[in-house]
Design a protein around this ligand. Structure first.
Ligand code: SF4
Length: 378
């Protein structure tokens, strides 16, 4: 094996002539035909199904997506169904998958498709790109997979594979390298079976050319790969340093009363229209349960007894590490009224009806834990 070069040393640029392109395509497609995973969205070329799956797969692992995808397609089998979806139902079905603007944009785009494209996903790149939530990656994926149009794709997996294959240095998020990567992806995508080729590169990145310790010995491109030749595959793609993660603490109250439990609706843009148990971020020192009781009084006008902590767990959202402390709480006066918010922003719901409301992933975790470890929500 050749001696690894210094990480900052540039590699020789790779020429991509037609012979090399055809060799790379042939090897990859042969590998894909025997190694592809059988996934529900790969059993169809319906552009709607491809679109939904591609949106769900952004920032999310395949195993997580499968049950969400199946439930979504069952609830909204067509673009028309999605266009007419109730936002609360849509968020309930999406709840837990994260990045909720994806669900809102799917619905907005579906309405646009019904309004301007007779309910059919458009077949031109510019029309696809004009839809909410659809960028060059999703447009390329849907047009190549569903309509066999030779548009490239470039997501995290493809970026990793191509930077290694061609030995591309520099920050892969920067415009300069992005441009080179899109060019390379465009040069590689064949006119015949472009959808299979794109899926094959993504699959290679997902199961073989993984971030750490890639399985080069199983890779169909091992003899072509620049990074492997010089032993720097673990160093690519190069990344900028991320800011240190932020650590915060949330206290949450599960306030139960006569078989009902109190939930509040979120209003800030990212989690708008989701429901949660009342609580807040508390980073100050002091008794957490006193701080939570004061918050319930100030925010909801409720006098409560915050009792024992039921569960503590960690939840990570991008670079935020959140410690959730969930308390059991009781109303101090049964005649308490909700004073500070509109009635539709705060609800006493029957415990068995919690499943009818959309909850984001941290609140879903609380419900799951309390149902299995305590009888409070059963
Ligand atoms: Fe990735 Fe290794 Fe294949 Fe290169 S040889 S593309 S580093 S798995």
């Amino acid at each position: 094996m050749s001696t690894p070069k210094h990480p900052n040393q540039p590699l020789n640029p790779v020429r991509l002539d037609s012979q090399k392109k055809s060799r790379l395509r042939k090897k990859l497609l042969a590998w894909y035909s025997t190694h592809r995973r059988d996934l529900p969205w790969r059993r169809t070329k319906d552009p709607y199904a491809v679109w939904v799956s591609e949106i769900m797969l952004q920032q999310t692992q395949v195993q997580t997506v499968v049950p969400y995808y199946l439930r979504f397609m069952q609830s909204y089998p067509s673009i028309k169904d999605l266009a007419g979806a109730e936002t609360q139902d849509l968020l309930r079905i999406w709840g837990g998958l994260g990045y909720y603007s994806r669900a809102r944009n799917l619905k907005r785009a579906a309405r646009e498709i019904v309004r301007s494209h007779k309910g059919k996903f458009p077949q031109t790149h510019s029309e696809a790109l004009s839809l909410p939530g659809i960028g060059p990656y999703t447009a390329g994926a849907v047009l190549s997979i569903a309509f066999d149009l030779p548009y490239p794709v470039l997501d995290g997996n493809v970026t990793r594979v191509l930077t290694r294959l061609f030995g591309l240095r520099g920050d892969s998020k920067k415009r300069q390298l992005q441009k080179v990567l899109w060019q390379r992806a465009q040069e590689l995508v064949p006119n015949k079976h472009p959808g299979n080729f794109n899926q094959a590169v993504m699959e290679l990145g997902a199961v073989v050319c993984v971030p750490r310790r890639p399985g080069c010995a199983q890779c169909p491109w091992q003899s072509e790969c620049q990074a492997r030749k010089v032993g720097i595959q673990d160093l690519l793609p190069e990344k900028r340093k991320l800011p240190p993660s932020e650590r915060v603490q949330w206290a949450v109250a599960v306030l139960a009363h006569r078989g009902h439990v109190l939930i509040v609706k979120r209003t800030e843009s990212l989690l708008r229209d989701f429901w949660e148990f009342p609580g807040s971020q508390f980073n100050r020192t002091g008794r957490l349960r006193d701080a939570l009781a004061s918050h319930l009084l100030e925010d909801l006008g409720l006098t409560t007894h915050v009792l024992e902590p039921l569960v503590t767990f960690q939840h990570v959202i991008t670079h935020r590490h959140i410690t959730f402390v969930v308390f059991r709480a009781e109303l101090a006066a049964t005649s308490a009224t909700l004073t500070n918010r509109e009635k539709d922003m705060v609800k006493w719901v029957r415990r068995k009806d919690l499943g009818k409301y959309p909850f984001a992933s941290a609140s879903q975790k609380i419900i799951r834990i309390l149902k299995t470890q305590h009888d409070l929500l059963r």
